[in-house]
Design a protein around this ligand. Structure first.
Ligand SMILES: Cc1ncc(COP(=O)(O)O)c(C=O)c1O
Length: 485
């Protein structure tokens, strides 16, 4: 897949060119970059375009600005190579999941366990006072609300607040089209119910979030896993081939910070994806749950922002970015909006109005942007620390993702290492990880694992990461010895 497009704003083209040079090692760690004036004259652009390009690289943590000295290539730990492009087979499968995913979730909730298993950010990462204040205000102002039956697709106030929020994703939504749900997962389920029937094929990234596979299984849908690049997301060439040769009813994609790879589709690919689904007249269910965690602003823009035919159904919630305990999600079903309204009113019902009004208040507050900046910075520090610990303690041949935000790492262990056996060895030492096999309907990712670093992060967590590496090394050596014997 091509690394960058030649489309998009000029600053982005310059920034991506420099990013490639940094990733390829042409520009070395610690090396000083051209000044704003030098860069502007080298590239024949204005100083403000050069500044924008440098800011983009700074947001991507590829360079750092040193006061009065200029810009330098960041010393981000990059000792390990990134995972390979996944190679899924172009055949759809019935989804038969074992109990592993649910077991990992159950274990992750056990107090005292050192967990990298569930993608649940810890409460301390959020501005809890802001959330508490919003709730108190709503309960005091609307004393009757908890004793009032909520009906309909959600309070007008919250749907307007979500429509306003979606402007930040580049989308112009109408409050009247939006439906509030109890989670992003419910929003996705409603979308799939609106456009599929049992036996239909749904295409998704490979690896994909195991919760999606659970939804497909419960709706009796077949999964078609599409090869996915660890940085740029789903391969549109592979998807095009699949669309040309198979009957696909819907696509379910996380274009920003996909779970578990952490990939972010480039802008030009987002536009191409919107055009592809319109041309093939199929539904794209777009999950934007992680968009606000992307370090680069352009990666927060939704595919839906390029959709002018209504084929993109947009789903989100605030579980990863504001307050997981709200249990509120939302969906705009595009051309299927009315069908979603109907299914929701028959099968799901209204959400708690107090929570909706508190969310509306939180979304409208000026503090929301600052809270997100803080969250992104805290998560970036953890991801950097975890990546360098993995580089220092996991067996040689390990690959690890370098996500552009969020808190999830995808680790590819050397071939022959069984991550389910590693999970069991870790559990025996009170450490929980998520084996790669959870993230596919095939056994393709048995040598991979997902590590979430968003949960509790105490002194024991860095040590536990090193311990996982030591256990993996021991298991690999034992496997090599038994093969040689
Ligand atoms: C991609 C993705 N979508 C949805 C969810 C679940 O979101 P919610 O808690 O709002 O159902 C997760 C949780 O891990 C996720 O990774």
């Amino acid at each position: 897949m091509d690394d960058v497009s030649n489309e998009g704003p000029l600053y982005l083209q310059i920034a991506e060119r420099l990013a490639r040079a940094i990733r390829a090692g042409t520009l070395k760690r610690g090396e000083r970059l051209a000044s704003v004036r030098e860069l502007a004259s080298q590239q024949a652009v204005s100083a403000s375009t050069a500044v924008q390009a440098l800011r983009w690289l700074e947001d991507a943590r590829l360079i750092v600005a040193k006061p009065r000295s200029g810009y330098f290539v960041a010393s981000r730990p990059t000792a390990l190579p990134e995972p390979q492009l996944s190679r899924a087979r172009p055949r759809s499968r019935v989804v038969h999941l074992d109990e592993l995913g649910q077991e990992v979730l159950r274990q992750s909730a056990v107090p005292g366990l050192i967990s990298f298993g569930a993608a649940c950010p810890e409460p301390e990462l959020f501005d809890q006072d802001r959330v508490r204040r919003a709730f108190t205000k709503v309960v005091q102002r609307h004393r009757e609300l908890l004793c009032t039956y909520p009906l309909g697709p959600g309070r007008e106030e919250v749907r307007r607040a979500v429509a306003r929020y979606a402007l930040g994703l580049g989308c112009e939504l109408q409050a009247g089209d939006l439906v509030m749900t109890n989670s992003c997962m419910e929003a996705i389920t409603l979308c799939l119910k609106a456009v599929t029937k049992p036996g239909d094929v749904v295409a998704l990234e490979s690896p994909t979030y195991f919760g999606f596979l659970e939804i497909l299984q419960s709706l009796h849908l077949r999964a078609l896993e599409i090869p996915t690049h660890p940085r740029h997301g789903i391969s549109l060439d592979a998807l095009q081939l699949a669309l040309d040769t198979q009957a696909i009813k819907a696509l379910l994609v996380v274009p920003t910070l996909s779970n578990p790879m952490g990939s972010c589709m480039p802008l030009a690919e987002r536009k191409r994806l919107a055009q592809m689904v319109a041309r093939h007249d199929i539904a794209l269910v777009e999950d934007v749950i992680y968009n606000d965690l992307a370090e680069q602003e352009d990666k927060r823009r939704a595919v839906r922002s390029f959709d002018n035919t209504g084929h993109v159904m947009l789903c989100g919630s605030f579980s990863k970015t504001m307050a997981p305990g709200l249990r509120l999600g939302w969906v705009d079903g595009g051309r299927w909006a009315q069908t979603i309204h109907k299914i929701q009113s028959v099968q799901a019902g209204a959400q708690t109005a107090v929570v909706e009004l508190a969310l509306a208040d939180l979304l409208n507050q000026a503090g929301a942007a600052a809270a997100l900046r803080q969250l992104r910075a805290n998560l970036a520090r953890r991801v950097d620390e975890a990546r360098s610990l993995i580089a220092g303690s996991f067996p040689r041949g390990t690959r690890v993702s370098d996500p552009g935000g969020g808190f999830i790492l995808w680790v590819e262990l050397p071939a022959g290492l069984d991550a389910v056996a590693l999970y069991e060895a870790c559990m025996a030492e009170n450490i929980c990880i998520a084996p790669g096999s959870m993230f596919s309907a095939s056994p393709r990712f048995r040598h991979c694992l997902r590590l979430s670093v968003g949960g509790r992060w105490g002194k024991e967590h860095p040590q536990a990461l090193c311990r996982i590496g030591a256990l993996a090394t021991q298991m690999l050596e034992a496997a090599l010895r038994s093969r040689a014997a």
